[in-house]
Design a protein around this ligand. Structure first.
Ligand SMILES: Nc1ncnc2c1ncn2[C@@H]1O[C@H](COP(=O)(O)OP(=O)(O)OP(=O)(O)O)[C@@H](O)[C@H]1O
Ligand SMILES: [Mg+2]
Length: 178
């Protein structure tokens, strides 16, 4: 909880920069490699032709962290064994937006909870393990801060969280509208 509060309070101070999404993804994957564990194969499907984008890099790293953490949790074994499966991180261009997709081979999101996963404090994790804020914070960062979108598709063995970010900064207000 403390860590989250601290991360979140930094949001407004983080500088808006031009960021290389692949560098951000690689550094987050490296940082989380211990947590991801050796039972999870990480597959990178990067479109290296994508341009750098305007972004708040530290905040995007927080989004990747939350989505990777969820993916790894979903591939955990009920018996407490380390996670096993495949995490695929893919980037692509989708019209005028940059797509970052996190795909896991976990059990999937049951239909009856799909409409709640972005709700603050919604969690299916045992007490003390999840605060249910990961997707709520990610939504705010992607949608509110970056004017992007966050969506998912899920079936057993194939869950994909997709982040879509604008490739260009929103236009500055014109003189007439000021
Ligand atoms: N990749 C996924 N596969 C299956 N279920 C998922 C996945 N991602 C999220 N969920 C479901 O959505 C719920 C909410 O996710 P969220 O990240 O907001 O909170 P959390 O992971 O439970 O806790 P926290 O992120 O605060 O540690 C999870 O408890 C889980 O039930
Ligand atoms: Mg989470």
């Amino acid at each position: 909880m403390c860590i989250r509060d601290r991360q979140y309070s930094q949001l407004d101070r983080a500088p808006f920069q031009v960021a290389d999404v692949h560098e951000l993804l690689d550094s987050t994957l490296l940082m989380l490699s211990g947590k991801i564990g050796r039972g999870v194969e990480v597959v990178k499907e990067y479109d290296r032709t994508l341009p750098r984008i305007p972004a708040y890099p530290a905040e995007l790293n927080q989004v990747w962290t939350n989505l990777i953490d969820n993916a790894v949790s979903a591939m955990n074994h009920a018996d407490g064994d380390a996670a096993r499966g495949t995490l695929t991180v893919r980037t692509a261009r989708e019209h005028d937006r940059l797509l970052v997709e996190f795909r896991d081979t976990g059990a999937g999101i049951p239909a009856e909870i799909r409409e709640h996963v972005f709700d603050p404090f919604f969690t299916t994790k045992p007490v003390g393990e999840g605060t249910g804020l990961g997707l709520d914070i990610s939504w705010r960062i992607v949608v509110d801060r970056h004017h992007g979108s966050l969506r998912f598709d899920s079936e057993p063995g194939d869950t994909r969280f997709q982040v879509l970010l604008p490739l260009t900064a929103p236009d500055a207000p014109s003189e007439e509208s000021v």
